[in-house]
Design a protein around this ligand. Sequence first.
Ligand SMILES: [Zn+2]
Length: 168
Amino acid sequence: MTLSNTVILEVDGHEYIPRDIHFHWGRNDTQGSEHSINSRKYSLEMHIVCYNSKYGSVAEAKFFKDGILVIESVEVGVKLFWKRKLCAFNLGEFLNVDALRKGSFVVYNGSFTTPPCYEDVTWVIPLKVNSIDKRKMNFFREIQGLDGRLVDNYRPIQPINTRKCLVG
Ligand SMILES: [Zn+2]
């Protein structure tokens, strides 16, 4: 999903423009997120990919240390069943803006999670986990890919190495 250039985030004196929102999820509620919080993985993770406005695009910005910022949000599936088939999403449901406002987040320098996994991505991880109902979670799990159901489209947890995580 591509976003318009109308929203600008100011972080550390830089202007970041959200460009892309995408999701990673698993076949069941014990997997799907690319990050874990206190060693726990979650059923779904949303990424909002933003680029530094001074570089003009994600393609340009990805080569620079201050080029890319990704805001992520993890979700845990809960056992609620809905009868209606239609599935509408309000993106506000997926991101805990309150946690960001209150400084309840972690920032670290990592990489893209898809090949070629460029380094120099600033990750912002809200520490409050949202919930997603079963119906919406199943909507993701029923999406068809080239080889059948598209599930487990996440990168395994990577070693932290010498990275430092800063708590907001
Ligand atoms: Zn991603």
